[in-house]
Design a protein around this ligand. Sequence first.
Ligand SMILES: *Cc1c(COP(=O)(O)O)cnc(C)c1O
Length: 394
Amino acid sequence: MPGCQPLKLLRSRLEEMKSQRLDRTLIQVGPVTGPRVMVRGRDCLLMASNDYLGLSRHPLLSRAAQEAAESWGTSSGASRLVSGTLDGHVALERAIADFKGAEAAIFLATGYMTNLAVLTGLAGPGDLIVSDELNHASIIDASRLCRAQVEIYSHCNVEEAGRLLEMAPCSGLKLLVTDGVFSMDGDLAPLPDLKELARKYQALLVIDDAHATGVWGKEGRGTLEHFGMKPGPEVVNVGTISKALGGFGGFVAGASEVIETLVHRARSLLYTTAPPPTQVAVAQAALGLVDAEPWRRDKLHQLSARLRRNFMDMGFRMLSREGPIVPVLVGEAGKAAELAEGLWREGVFAPAIRPPTVAQGTSRIRFSVTAAHSEEDMDYTAEALAKASQEAGL
Ligand SMILES: *Cc1c(COP(=O)(O)O)cnc(C)c1O
């Protein structure tokens, strides 16, 4: 179609993003073997994976997937409400509830869909959502979708969150929603204070522990465990199997009233095909590995501390004090892209994170550490950053 107007319009919008260096590409990578990956023909150290415990190549998990495919097939065949709730789903949900110390749990296809389920399932017009400004995109999307009143507080500002809970005229359900670990900064939510707020204002506290499950807390239960706290009935715990657990899928654990409500109302749980048996079997086996191989967690935190120390010795300011998300703030989007390119030339793959994923002027390289890394990898990454930042004139 010559002069196709809608495509011209799309093209000009894309050009606009390119001119601001906000264009995006889906970078194709070769197979990941341990901590290494092929990127654009170069063998690189992978410093950008959320496979924190290094479980995605664990033989136990691939065997679990194989066995499930052989005995149950490769599809669940229907939605959860029809004939898609298999034995494996029920057993996994029991295991997740126990893992999280909750009454009940439900498993969904992804963490993204889990947040949609939790917020749209629990809240609607007349209800109130009080949410941290740096919460994950899926929380932002779900908050908009559910048509509840949404109030945003500045990052980790407990006082402001309290004011919003107090001031908002709400006779319905109140949800105080936070990431446990913030995905692009790597810092932790002030959970003891938020839990106190939730109790004081009779709100449910929704904690998205996507980056914390398997990683934080002595036994990998997440951020509440890290703070030495018990879940309690007012806590709704969201998590994902897709990151540290080396599989795929999301879950929510909480009071039976919460889970039952989702079974009645959550569209991203009900109007989609149930997660396949392979995915369920991997999740179940991965939960077991969190307990069976605690050394992975210890190693992960030791390596993360080493990388952070290396960066600080070089004079970089850190956004988080602990844990495997180690972002280096650059500022301007173009500079961040240049730095990422330099790192790639040095054989380190860690792409630039730019707006709209992060706020204007806070573009960064988000390094992430996994238990598959070594101490040498941490030192190599620091040397590569030193060279690349010199080249980029930083
Ligand atoms: C990654 C992430 C999700 C989405 O999880 P998926 O299983 O990848 O869909 C949700 N919340 C937070 C905070 C995340 O970082």
